[in-house]
Design a protein around this ligand. Structure first.
Ligand SMILES: *Cc1c(COP(=O)(O)O)cnc(C)c1O
Length: 344
């Protein structure tokens, strides 16, 4: 079976071996304050930072999900007001969740076929962006975050791009994701990466009311421990996959050229259309393809017969689009198989 679903998505095939190794090594039966666990957490963070080219002074924490990271930001990093800029379902959901927690929230909803406006301004102390909007297959360029030049913290959801393309870490303060999309791992863990500016803000606010208050998470991670019994298997698998994958620069080159090729393929070699007509805002890790209701339903049936799973279109686009994850765990031969199907 070949799956192009954008989350949960294809897991690296090597995970089968790592699962067995985890059993054999006995790490799953270890206490999470044991030396064996703490050493593993340390290695995992080290290799994750190396392979993803994360600046030394940025800190990495593991949580249960990207959604949890949204809440941690509202609890522990927003002083008064968070401003949410989005063009799709995930950004909007983040805004809704934050609205229940933060004192004040506001939003700018921009057209998903248009580039994000460079003249945004707000009094908020945290900006929230969804860099790769998984629901409509658009992305924001990292140069945009640099241009904001703001005193406020910049929080960026990179759930469906972290692991696939190189991120400009210095352009933001809080980066969040979960592991079941572009990182090619089984679901059940989130990642949060914080700049020194974000950590300083957390210290100034001093919020410690929750089990997942950022300062409490950080106190534990400083000792390579966690604030609750963590997903030990998830951490182990992340460590092994990070040891296996090439540096992000190499993955980035491959993913971007595959995206370019696939976009060209859809436009030139099939009768289908691309949902995103503006090339400048097209995502490189999630691709949305449009057709008539009949075309899409026939294609889905054919895909099924060929053991290929296409990602359903999101929300209102369910019957007229499908999505293709261009994630690194998916191999080139699988894309060739998909092309053969779509050419027919
Ligand atoms: C999938 C997704 C989420 C939610 O991830 P969970 O792991 O379910 O919390 C958040 N943001 C984006 C952009 C996503 O694609």
């Amino acid at each position: 079976m070949t799956t192009f679903y954008p989350g949960p998505s294809k897991v690296y095939p090597q995970v089968a071996t790592y699962l067995q190794d985890a059993m054999n090594e006995g790490i799953l039966s270890q206490n999470h304050r044991s030396k064996a666990f703490m050493e593993m957490l340390e290695v995992c963070i080290l290799v994750f930072k190396q392979k993803k080219n994360i600046p030394d002074d940025y800190e990495v924490y593991f949580t249960s999900s990207a959604t949890e990271c949204w809440e941690i930001i509202s609890q522990s990093l927003v002083r008064h007001h968070s401003h949410h800029v989005f063009n799709g379902a995930f950004g909007e959901k983040w805004f809704e969740y934050a609205s229940r927690l933060s004192k004040e929230t506001s939003a700018t909803n921009f057209d998903f076929q248009e580039k994000i406006s460079e003249s945004l301004s707000t009094d908020a102390d945290v900006w929230c962006f969804t860099q790769n909007e998984t629901s409509n297959a658009t992305q924001i360029e990292f140069s945009f975050f640099n241009k904001l030049n703001s005193e406020a913290l910049i929080a960026v959801d990179v759930t469906s791009s972290l692991g696939g393309i190189e991120l400009d870490w210095k352009s933001g303060d809080i980066w969040l994701a979960s592991v079941q999309k572009c990182l090619g791992l089984p679901a059940g863990m989130g990642v949060m990466i914080c700049s020194p500016k974000a950590i300083k803000r957390a210290e100034e606010i001093g919020e410690r009311n929750h089990y997942n208050s950022l300062l409490f998470i950080r106190d534990n991670f400083k000792k390579f421990q966690t604030h609750y019994t963590p997903n030990i298997l998830g951490i182990y698998l992340l460590m092994r996959v990070m040891q296996q994958v090439p540096d992000i620069q190499a993955i980035d080159t491959h993913i971007k050229s595959r995206a370019k090729d696939f976009y060209r393929f859809i436009a030139q070699e099939t009768t289908l259309d691309l949902l995103i007509t503006n090339e400048e805002v097209r995502s490189e890790t999630v691709i949305a393809i449009k057709g008539t209701v009949d075309e899409i339903s026939v294609l889905k049936q054919k895909a099924k017969e060929n053991n290929i799973i296409l990602g359903n279109g999101y929300g209102a686009w369910k019957d007229t689009t499908f999505r293709i994850a261009n994630f690194p765990a998916i191999e080139d031969w699988e894309f060739d198989k998909l092309k053969t199907l779509l050419r027919q």
